[in-house]
Design a protein around this ligand. Structure first.
Ligand SMILES: *Cc1c(COP(=O)(O)O)cnc(C)c1O
Length: 398
């Protein structure tokens, strides 16, 4: 590309957060991804193809569902669920994967790599690689591979190679380090599909743009169903992509409350949670400046959550900025509260939510009764709980 396109999305800094804290060798691959994104994302033929896959393959628009029995149970506002659990592969992650693989094809890449923790992003990436007939390598910590054996099998069934990572704590952050190492070595042929609004620029803005479809649809749907915009939006925050996707198209409405729910785990004590805004400090982790759970010496702390998708020591840098500027309110739900919400939604609505999404439901169960009957609340149901039934069973059976 000879003429770098002008950039309406900024340079990846959100106040003091974001940036590109990477080795020199990664600067040119990141630049290549940014230029491809800026060039193609605005291209009508790219948009047409993206929308066709989102509609025909992912199953969008996902429904906005008025949960009347849940609303009656809470006894306060009318509660609506944005049904990302009904997207192909069972969560919102596919929205980003479809967008990035269409970019990879236009960049002439033949090979896709990704990191995965619980395996959800790995499955979504392996899915789009199969769809497009590209080679796919997924890096996964050995510890996570043992815990998520079914997802390892799923990825292999989809034709991906799953590479065990045995360094460090043998979990998500180590898998991401390995994926970055692979990328540096194979950048000519390879695109790295990062799974959330984190990591170095341009990933936070690019993933955000691919997830904004959630909020765009929600805005139209609530106007059609309720005749007005909502009062409160609630979503769980792991890396921050499903919440960013829901909130972003409502940022022009500052009076609409936006609540991000992190993993409160067992307690807000070192090593027992993943609530970066409750107990984290500004720091650099895996390519960006953000809020990080670290000790006084800057060592990354161990984290814990009942839901693997929220169990991460940092959070997307734009969320850090939204936190400091009070654009979004951040809170947390504990393992026990999420587990209770998981059961309650199953019984009241016949919808088994992902344990991640159950954190958002837990927040509405806790504070919803005080919110007033004239209010409209929308919860992002980021994924379905089929993947979690085995895990939940261990806690729920005597
Ligand atoms: C991965 C995942 C999350 C957390 O990731 P975000 O980037 O914060 O959205 C939440 N819900 C589900 C179902 C997931 O699979």
């Amino acid at each position: 590309m000879t003429n770098p396109p002008t950039n309406p999305y900024g340079d990846g800094h959100f106040g003091p957060y974001g940036g590109q804290y990477v080795p020199e060798t990664l600067m040119s691959p990141l630049r290549e991804v940014e230029e491809a994104f800026l060039t193609y994302y605005q291209d009508p033929s790219f948009q047409a193809e993206l929308n066709r896959y989102l509609h025909d393959y992912v199953g969008r628009p996902t429904p906005l569902y008025h949960a009347q029995r849940l609303s009656a149970h809470v006894g306060g506002p009318q509660i609506y669920l944005k049904r990302e659990d009904l997207a192909h592969t069972g969560a919102h992650k596919i929205n980003n994967c479809i967008g990035q693989i269409l970019l990879a094809i236009r960049m002439g890449k033949k090979r896709i790599i990704a990191e995965t923790g619980a395996g959800q992003h790995g499955v979504a990436t392996a899915t789009v690689a199969a769809l497009m007939g590209l080679e796919c390598v997924i890096y996964m910590g050995e510890e996570d591979m043992a815990r998520q054996a079914i997802n390892v099998f799923r990825m292999r069934l989809l034709g991906a190679e799953v590479r065990p990572v045995s360094s460090g704590s043998r979990t998500l952050k180590d898998a991401m380090n390995e994926a970055l190492r692979d990328w540096v070595t194979n950048v000519r042929t390879t695109h790295y599909i990062l799974g959330t609004v984190g990591g170095p620029h341009p990933y936070p803005i690019m993933v955000r743009e691919f997830q904004r479809v959630i909020g765009r649809e929600t805005r139209q749907q609530i106007l059609a169903q309720a005749g007005r915009l909502p009062d409160i939006l609630v979503a769980c925050v792991g890396g921050g992509s499903n919440s960013m996707g829901l909130f972003y198209d409502f940022l022009d409405q500052p009076h609409i409350r936006k609540i991000g729910v992190e993993a409160g785990g067992l307690a807000i004590e070192p090593g027992k949670h993943a609530a970066r805004f409750a107990d984290g400090q500004r720091g650099v982790f895996q390519g960006a400046q953000s809020y990080v759970l670290q000790d006084a010496a800057g060592q990354i702390m161990p984290t814990h959550s009942i839901s693997a998708g929220l169990d991460y020591a940092s959070v997307g840098p734009e969320h850090a900025w939204f936190h400091d500027t009070h654009i979004v309110e951040y809170t947390h739900a504990s393992d026990a509260e999420a587990l209770a919400a998981f059961q309650l939604l199953s019984r009241l609505e016949g919808i088994i939510p992902a344990l991640e999404s159950a954190h958002a439901i837990a927040e509405v169960l806790k504070h919803g009764p005080a919110w007033g009957r004239d209010k409209i609340v929308i919860i992002n149901l980021s994924g379905r709980g089929d993947k979690d039934v085995d895990h939940a069973r261990k806690f729920l059976l005597p």
